[in-house]
Design a protein. Structure first.
Length: 198
């Protein structure tokens, strides 16, 4: 097993490339960017923003060979803010088409409400977990989330996440998460599960 280590700022591109490959066919990504060519064009820079944001407002874990990435937002920073996004990547919004931003707004409204309903008070938010496709199903994802799960347990803090892929449910349940919400984003066919770990 590889050790989980904190991602260095110099590894942002490597980490975002892993997330790009891991999430390329994810239901959420396909909803946000239905055109595959557009996904190929936009997704790498999108994940650079995600990783930079998580480095600034949370913690990012990887391995020495950057085979996987876990992006956590720390207690007190678990609501993704447009202002914080602009601080991290001032030109970020200009990369996206209006229709893509609208889909993101619809999704975010739905998940923000479910998040608030499922958990209040200080908690950790697993914003993204991705493993290089060739390294999946080898225990790396569980290893990457372990440092924060252990800290949360010691501090008595819950953790929260969303997934749009039902294949992920048994993995997260194995790590102590339970489904708090299960619904479809209004006006779409995108199903989202909100999960909490006490």
């Amino acid at each position: 097993m590889k050790d989980s280590i904190r991602l260095a700022p110099s590894q942002v591109k490597q980490a975002s490339d892993v997330l790009y490959r891991a999430f390329f066919q994810d239901p959420l990504v396909r909803y946000m960017l239905p055109d595959e060519a557009r996904r190929t064009q936009v997704l790498p820079s999108f994940y650079r923003i995600v990783v930079r944001y998580a480095l600034r407002y949370g913690e990012v874990y990887t391995t020495s060979t950057v085979d996987g990435v876990a992006c956590w937002l720390t207690p007190g920073n678990t609501t993704v803010s447009s202002w914080k996004l602009l601080r991290v990547a001032p030109t970020a919004l200009f990369s996206f088409r209006l229709s893509e931003l609208q889909r993101n707004t619809i999704y975010s409204r739905y998940t923000d409400e479910a998040h608030e309903h499922a958990i209040s008070g200080p908690h950790w938010y697993l914003w993204g977990l991705g493993v290089e496709p060739s390294c999946q199903h080898q225990g790396l994802g569980g290893q990457l989330i372990q440092p924060v799960l252990a800290r949360a347990d010691r501090a008595g803090l819950p953790c929260y996440l969303e997934t749009t892929n039902d294949v992920n449910l048994p993995f997260y349940e194995k790590h102590g998460f339970t489904v708090m919400s299960d619904g479809v984003v209004p006006g779409t066919r995108l199903r989202v599960w909100g999960m909490r770990r006490k």
